[in-house]
Design a protein around this ligand. Structure first.
Ligand code: SF4
Length: 383
């Protein structure tokens, strides 16, 4: 109970601080709305689940808007790769996948299946695992051709690279490397919003805490410097997010734009150097397609030539996507791309909670626990 009281007291102090800076900014620039983008789906979950938007509104903070960003790897994985995984599953390959990829809808059905869940219902061997290591342990119990659908951001990459470097991966298990990199996506998102401002540009960024344990606070310095906006690497408690908002407004009020690590209990400036080195050894940075968005320069990880024997696409003879072969891959009327780029809210989508629900998802943002539409659907519209 004492801990709860302490946390509540901290929340009240933070709200007062946010209010103070918001008033300072309002006095300087009446009518301006300061948009703060939370990159990470888990931050959006905290904001919605704990009703932080309502809390700010109730405190009279009406010139600050918290905007969700592209921080859900499942939401941005091109449909093409899901279609290929479905095809492999229906051809007898064991497919290992994370739970939130299982129901991810592909744009085009493959032999009647639109998701890995449907492929399994049609007889495909699709197995849900928690990690690449879990897939490796399971795959060692059989000798069937297998593929791991390796979706994720920088946080999962060391698990893939270390397993490969340590020789843990059996020959019959291949990796579909679909790892996406977050700082390039943030750059792209800020450029798009800046180029075509719907109303106000993004004034500050709450950078992802988990990813930053690997890449470090330093990875966000180019964002702060190029766009001249504050960036705060934050943890996932409500008070972490409120601290980030207060710090961003403080910097805006003082005319500063630097990277601050709020999540010091897990993140350092340099990040995890051993993990960074492991990733660099196994993977190279490549231009990568983001679902509904297209190619973002240097935003993905592909296995280096010397590790290509682990590559699922190469092993199963699947041509990789290229900028020439990528096609817009969201269903009609789905606004997932705009939602991911902070240009629309889930409630702007005509299908939200009508045709598209967590039980019957149409677009990818309604599937994963980190998808903005799924979060808004579960906790009632942006809280
Ligand atoms: Fe796409 Fe469904 Fe979200 Fe609409 S509600 S943007 S269809 S995922």
């Amino acid at each position: 109970e004492q801990a709860f009281r302490r946390k509540t007291a901290v929340t009240s102090t933070l709200i007062r601080s946010i209010k103070k800076y918001s008033e300072e900014l309002k006095a300087r620039d009446p009518g301006y709305v300061y948009k703060i983008m939370d990159f990470c789906g888990t931050h959006e979950w905290t904001i919605v689940h704990f009703g932080l938007r309502s809390l700010l509104k109730k405190a009279g903070v009406d010139n600050v808007e918290l905007v969700a960003g592209p921080g859900c790897p499942v939401c941005v994985t091109p449909s093409y790769y899901i279609e290929q995984a479905i095809k492999l599953a229906l051809e007898g390959v064991v497919i290992y996948t994370y739970g939130d990829v299982y129901k991810l809808p592909a744009l085009r059905p493959v032999k009647g299946a639109r998701s890995l869940a449907e492929a399994r219902a049609l007889g495909g061997d699709v197995r849900i695992v928690h990690s690449f290591l879990h897939a490796i342990l399971d795959a060692r119990k059989h000798a069937k051709p297998s593929a791991f659908v390796g979706i994720g951001f920088e946080t999962v990459a060391p698990g893939y690279s270390e397993a490969i470097l340590k020789g843990l991966v059996p020959n019959h298990l291949k990796l579909m490397s679909l790892v996406k990199l977050t700082p390039p996506a943030m750059f792209y998102t800020l450029e798009v919003v800046r180029e075509k401002p719907t109303d106000f540009p993004i004034s500050g960024v709450i950078a992802p805490g988990h990813v930053s344990t690997i890449v470090g606070g330093k990875a966000w310095r180019p964002v702060a410097e190029q766009f001249e906006i504050p960036v705060v690497v934050a943890g996932f408690e409500p008070n972490d997010v409120l601290t980030a908002v207060a710090e961003i407004l403080r910097q805006l009020a003082k005319g500063e734009h630097k990277v601050v690590i709020e999540y010091t209990r897990a993140v350092t400036w340099e990040g995890d150097l051993k993990a960074q080195s492991s990733i660099r050894t196994v993977f190279e940075t490549v231009d990568s397609a983001w679902r509904g968005i297209g190619y973002i320069p240097k935003s993905g990880l592909a296995l280096r030539d010397e590790f290509k024997k682990h590559d699922a696409l190469e092993h199963f003879g699947i041509p990789d996507l290229t900028p020439d072969t990528w096609r817009y891959d969201l269903p009609a009327n789905c606004k997932c791309a705009e939602v991911n780029l902070g240009k629309a809210k889930p409630t702007d989508c005509p299908l939200f909670m009508k045709a598209c629900t967590p039980d019957r998802p149409i677009g990818p943002c309604m599937v994963s626990v980190e998808g903005t539409c799924a979060i808004w659907a579960r906790f009632g519209g942006g809280g």
